[in-house]
Ligand binder design. Structure first.
Ligand code: SAM
Length: 289
């Protein structure tokens, strides 16, 4: 299939810096006769900037089904359509997924054109060392629901990526610290690719005060990244302390209990280690629970 055959092109647009549009995206926007846009008034000047004369269709979260019908009518007539949102990649905390699903289910070609996505841009500069990350997007706005979600996310070992609006950033950072504790690293990535871009890393317990210290730090759009839950305390340290206690002649269960209290390693694991080191007839794992 050639680039020229009829398709729905899913086109990422810049987050702020107009220079971040790819050459391929510009070529497609100039070639397609139609652009389906989240906000046609917002996208019109952008299209003009890139030299596109495409006609605009509205495709926002409240009309995705009917927009899909319109897009499919154009595709059936042999006319390609580009799908864009206000900034970044369609369908990422933005409309587009339902429209794309309908169009693909109807057998039309859907071609993604990669480009800016705030989560990925933030991750690339955050310096978090986790190999894996979980993109959550926007947290619930109601405090109870947000706390529930954060409780579920708290034990995950992966970097967590949230989107946040300026008027909720203080509340969200406070809720993150309450749910995850003060020690984890947080990265506040603000106004990415824009004039007042800033990327600040600190401990979660420090983030609220850092934001409060300067009202400018609370302005603009945010990606908030949090390091994953720390791995369970190193078993090697637990094993070392356990061995010392057993050498002192402490009973297996007492040595396991003390080693757990001293190192934070899992009590059951320590108990099993202690049993391997000094088997106790009739003892079993249940005693450790
Ligand atoms: N589809 C977009 C993407 O690909 O990233 C996300 C759209 S979502 C409606 C808007 C949110 O993305 C903002 O509230 C903010 O959390 C994040 N965002 C968008 N632009 C940003 C920027 N320049 N700097 C930091 N975060 C940004």
């Amino acid at each position: 299939m050639t680039e020229e055959s009829t398709a729905l092109y899913v086109v990422a647009t810049p987050l702020g810096h107009l220079g971040d549009m790819t050459a391929r995206a510009i070529e497609v926007l100039r070639r397609v006769p139609w652009v389906a846009a989240e906000d046609t008034r917002h996208s019109a000047p952008l299209l003009k900037h890139y030299g596109s004369r495409a006609r605009l269709l509205a495709a926002h979260q409240h009309n995705e089904e009917s927009a899909a019908e319109q897009v499919m009518a154009r595709l059936s007539a042999g006319e390609s359509v580009a799908l864009v949102v206000d900034a970044g990649t369609p369908a990422i905390s933005d409309p587009g997924a339902r429209l794309v699903a309908r169009v693909r289910a109807a057998g039309h070609r859907v071609v993604p054109l990669p480009g800016a996505c705030a989560a990925i841009v933030a991750l690339s500069a955050a310096g978090l060392s986790e190999t894996h990350f979980l993109f959550y997007g926007f947290l619930p706005t109601k405090a109870g629901q947000r706390a529930q979600v954060l409780r579920e996310l708290a034990p995950l070992p992966w970097a967590l990526v949230f989107y946040e609006a300026p008027h909720r950033i203080l509340d969200s950072v406070a809720a993150l610290a309450a749910a995850f504790g003060p020690a984890r690293t947080v990265v506040l990535a603000r106004e990415l690719t824009k004039l007042f871009e800033s990327i600040h890393s600190c401990r979660l317990g420090e983030a609220h005060d850092w934001l409060l210290a300067d009202a400018d730090r609370q302005r603009g759009e945010f990606v908030v990244l949090v390091s994953g839950a720390p791995a369970a305390t190193d078993n090697a340290e637990g094993e070392r302390v356990l061995a010392l206690l057993l050498d002192e002649g402490l009973p297996v269960s007492q040595a396991a209990r003390l080693a757990q209290a001293i190192t934070g390693a899992g009590k059951k694991t320590l108990y099993q280690m202690a049993l391997r080191a000094r088997p106790v007839p009739g003892d079993d794992e249940e005693s450790a629970t």
